[in-house]
Design a binder for this molecule. Sequence first.
Ligand code: ZN
Length: 236
Amino acid sequence: MNRKVILGIGAHPDDLDFTAAGTIAKWVKEGATAYYIIATDGSRGSDDPKMTHDKLIKIREEEQKAAAGILGVSEVFFLSHADTQLVPDEKLKEQIVRYIRKLKPDIVITLSPDLFFKPSENYDGYVNHTDHRAIAVAVMDCVFPLARDRLTYLNHESEGLTPHKVKELLFMNLTDPEYIVDITDTFDKKLAALGAHKSQFKDLEALKKRQTARAERFGKERGYKYAENFTRIILP
Ligand SMILES: [Zn+2]
């Protein structure tokens, strides 16, 4: 599989670093060029009583840029939608399609469009964030069919942008092992990238412990020390 250009698209600063940082750093190491798009401004992700929206937006952008730098991501694009209010509407889709047509990624990585919640069984249960669902649905629609079809957002043509077929779509998958990527060599970069999101974690050691356990759990499936897991769709 050709991995020249990788585009990661997340809802908040830190989403991609949780789910795909080891894989992205690995593929960059192997010669790929990677980009991030962050759809929201992350302006509600703090319980600090002195925090303001504007202050937090700046902090989180800087944190995301620092994390991306650690992984070797070439550029981070911020779409600056309001945190917790993201909807997979035409405005968002047109923005994403424009980047897909501009950057021409071979692989697009995003969150999971079919994950609403996870009951507590062997692992921690959770409710998936509304922005996570929204971005995943929007990205899926943009990859297929919107970016592919010339007559969709025909205004892009006057900007010199041409339709683009993404070859491979990866959804984050934290539950059932499907497409396992060995990140043993880049797991330290993943932890360092997560550590860059200082405003988000009070207890970095506990976070590292959880991430290590998850990476080991997926690694065990294939005999790797550390791994990330995705749902993979190879597009025709
Ligand atoms: Zn998030």
